[in-house]
Design a protein around this ligand. Structure first.
Ligand code: SF4
Length: 95
């Protein structure tokens, strides 16, 4: 791992058995940033359909928002640094 990465939290990624549905707000955000097409299909560069499927089942206990956040909104959050071995490296800035 590079030492150049700056982050405040290592947030464990948890997983549920079932695919989670994204809220309307999150979908709008994803569409606005070009990560979702009009049909609601996610298009994230470099992420395979298999990986996407897995991502839909994941969430974190966000230390900034102090609540559970699904992995996909976490992934596009400005605080998201990277993902390493089951953890999100989070900058931890106020949102
Ligand atoms: S990247 Fe954003 S959503 Fe994810 S844990 Fe950090 S503050 Fe929370």
């Amino acid at each position: 791992m590079s030492n150049e990465l700056e982050y405040k939290y290592e947030v464990e990624i948890k997983s549920v058995d079932k695919r989670q549905t994204l809220s309307k707000e999150v979908k709008e955000e994803l569409k606005a940033s070009g990560l979702m097409d009009e049909k609601g299909k996610l298009k994230i560069k470099g992420v395979s359909p298999k990986m996407l499927k897995r991502m839909k089942q994941e969430f974190v206990d966000c230390p900034v928002l102090k609540k559970e956040v699904q992995f996909i909104p976490c992934f596009v959050c400005p605080n998201f640094q990277s993902r390493v071995t089951g953890k999100v490296l989070c900058k931890g800035d106020k949102l």
